[in-house]
Design a protein around this ligand. Structure first.
Ligand code: RBF
Length: 161
């Protein structure tokens, strides 16, 4: 999957939204970039920033996202980075966090921004972390996508009586 083809999202009138960010702590430099990008996106959108909730690793993101989704936030954004090692552990962590975050969003109806990098190497992760010299800014993108989804859902009135 490549970052080419990502949309230019135009999101307006969202300054009233409450957005929670939850971030893992493995791979500190990459995480610093993702968190900075996410907070910068909140500022760009005029949404009040709150300090991210920090959990140990990406595996812990779904349970934390579920707790936040149940506390009145309009959107939750999950940030983490998993880097392939020499064992199948990578696949299990990636699968668990991906399915877990999907389940949180679908079961609660609260959009969850997916800002979890799953990379073969640290270089690939740094290139996507929104740092000086990075080509992509996935923390920023994850916040913008989650907020754009809230805005899209708000614009739909529905047909059920
Ligand atoms: N957490 C991450 O966020 N990124 C990683 O790259 C990562 N690699 C791990 C590799 C191994 C072998 C293990 C055992 C854990 C790793 N974790 C990683 C931590 C995981 O997400 C979780 O915090 C721990 O397994 C404790 O539940």
């Amino acid at each position: 999957m490549s970052g080419k083809g990502a949309p230019e999202l135009s999101v307006q009138n969202v300054g009233d939204l409450k957005v929670a960010v939850v971030a893992a702590q493995w791979h500190e430099k990459v995480m610093d970039g993702l968190v900075d990008g996410a907070l910068r996106a909140l500022r760009d959108l005029g949404i009040e920033e709150a300090a991210p909730l920090r959990v140990p690793g990406s595996w812990e993101l779904p349970v934390a996202a579920r707790a936040l989704a149940g506390r009145g936030y309009d959107a939750v954004v999950a940030l983490g980075v998993v880097i392939r090692g020499g064992t199948p552990h990578f696949d299990y962590v990636c699968q668990g966090v991906t399915q877990g975050l999907t389940q949180v969003a679908v079961e609660t109806g609260v959009p969850v921004g997916f800002g979890v990098l799953t990379c073969d190497t640290e270089e690939q992760a740094l290139d996507r972390a929104g740092l000086d010299g990075s080509h992509e800014d996935k923390g920023h993108e994850a916040v913008t996508a989650a907020v754009a989804t809230v805005a899209a859902l708000r614009s739909v009135s529905g047909t059920r009586r």
